[in-house]
Write a protein that binds this ligand. Structure first.
Ligand SMILES: [Zn+2]
Length: 250
């Protein structure tokens, strides 16, 4: 994956003696450009290791071997793996990796942002041998209960599922079940929100186009075994080779 480095002055060198064993998901409550600027400002005293944009951009602000300042405050934590010592919480910045995401807490996540974040989570988990489950991929509010970060629009189980299935290695999966079985029946649907058009029924493929909400789309058929998103694996296709997820249309 392509990562743009924009190193922040806001970090603690090293991680004491800890190894990162969890990934904390945040929402920027703003734009990627605004976050670049905020994290580059020493006065903000905040950072994260990465920021992911709505078009799938990935920026890196802090090295994974250093402690970013993204989850240092602890308040009524619900995270069961949080570390304590002598009755005090140990600063989670030492043992977590933080990823910010573009938008506000109620901004729907684009497919591109899900895909880029999942690929990043996959790579981080590989590097640090972090299990891909809800104990190890958590929302910021699970550490700092006074916040709602990362908001209501991200489905962490979906992010984890995408990250688990995202194999960047050279091996090909030859399982015949993966070949979409097309049902040829033409029709028209309308995009619910910004909708990614892809070259396959698979969000790991970069979008070839994005259509605005309320656009009528003609299809030539569908498959019921595309990538499953929110328990829905039906994707429409056109004879020209475009694909879009049925959950994104009405
Ligand atoms: Zn946060």
């Amino acid at each position: 994956m392509s990562i743009v480095t924009k190193l922040s002055p806001n970090f603690t060198a090293g991680r004491k003696n800890y190894t990162p064993f969890a990934i904390v998901i945040h929402i920027m409550d703003g734009t990627l450009a605004g976050t670049d600027s905020w994290f580059s400002n020493p006065a903000s005293k905040v950072s994260a290791h990465y920021g992911v944009g709505q078009q799938g951009e990935v920026h890196q602000y802090v090295k994974e071997t250093d402690s970013a300042w993204h989850a240092g405050r602890v308040y009524t934590p619900s995270w069961t793996l949080i570390k304590t010592s002598n009755g005090q919480y140990i600063n989670p910045n030492y043992y977590t990796i933080g990823i910010e995401h573009e938008g506000k807490g109620d901004t729907p996540w684009t497919d591109a942002m899900y895909a880029a974040s999942a690929a990043l989570v996959h790579d981080i988990a590989d590097r640090w041998h972090i299990p891909l489950d809800r104990q190890h991929v958590i929302g910021h509010h699970e550490i700092y209960g006074a916040k709602t970060c990362p908001g209501t629009k991200v489905d962490l189980n979906k992010l984890i599922a995408l990250a688990s299935g995202h194999d960047t290695g050279p091996q090909q999966d030859d399982d015949d079940d993966d070949i979409p079985q097309k049902v040829k029946t033409a029709g028209k649907v309308t995009s619910r929100s910004r909708l990614n058009i892809r070259s396959a029924p698979d969000t790991h493929k970069a979008p070839v186009n994005i259509v605005e909400p309320g656009i009528q789309l003609a299809y030539d058929g569908y498959v019921n075994n595309g990538e499953k998103i929110n328990d829905n694996s039906k994707w429409y296709y056109t004879d020209e080779g475009s694909w879009f997820w049925s959950g994104g249309v009405r």
